[in-house]
Write a new protein. Sequence first.
Length: 377
Amino acid sequence: MKRFLIAFALLCSAILPAAAAATTTTPDAIRIKDIGKMSGWRDNALSGYGLVTGLAGTGDSARNKATRQSIANMLGRFDLTLAPDEIHSRNAAAVMVTATLSPFAREGDAIDVTVTSLGDARSLVGGSLLLAPLKGPDGRIYALAQGALTVGGYKYDMNGNMVQKNHPTVASIPAGGTVEQGVAAQVLSRRDSVTFVLAEPDYTTASRVAAAINTRLQGDLALAVDAAGIEIRVPEGRRARLADFLMEIENVRVEPDRRARVVVNERTGTIVAGGDVRISKVAVSHGEIKVSIVTDNTVSQPYLVRDTGIGVQSIAVSNSRVDVTEGGETGFVAPGATTVADLVQLLVRVKTNTRDIISILRAVKAAGALHADLVVQ
């Protein structure tokens, strides 16, 4: 009997965590890696100044002193001394070079580079970027960029005629940058913990994420410190293999809570709302009156007068009329627990255009019957 009780207790201890994990998984549950990231994971912006050569007369004009000075400095590296005023070439252009350094970039990695014209160059088609250092906000060089430009457009002009496609003064160099100094993202804090940061702060979602992580790890390791951050303590036995520990956390599934919100764009007539956004009992009536003014211009000819004399001439006459058309009104009484989807579906059924639907939603919000944030773009 004693052995049976021990076996039953072990069986229950194995089943209960699995059952608890199963109960927290719902059809709407998603991985927490899709709703946030670990603190310390961030991209780093790099920028630099460069010179593009090889342009077919579409580079900077002689008015750009910076371009001429850059060419003179570049030639000085090859023991060729020229004054900037002696340089008149439209085959070169001064450019700004930008790139993004990933949080785990290492020396020798290739990154994409974007090149934009800085002067009055007409096009960068056919150009090649000379070696340009890319610096971070701290002034240190983290990458070097060089290579042939890829431009998704063109611009040709002659005798006042111009043909242009897209923006020929912006180009890219795929894998044109080489990382010279990598960055090491500090994920593990001094307190031997990691912090998961939600993309959209919410106390309910943060609490659910902490509970789901504790259920998965079978311990009280995660704590929601605020609406955006969940601090997770890393056990001592798993610090040596931190990547495996974070992989397990990233794949924890949770159903995030969302705030009721209706987004409308008056310029495009777009309405986006959650299907469960509630509307209290409200009466909606919407109608329209169309007023049109039509003017008929006619000419009165003096054909009844046999002998026309001085002062007898044709007269232009304008006859105007005003037409008023009153369209059918749209009436709707929303009972309790009605959603925005129900209201929009009914308005579409009675052939209400999108802009009128937006006006109705704004009026319902002003009446205090729409229980959601109305975002007008």
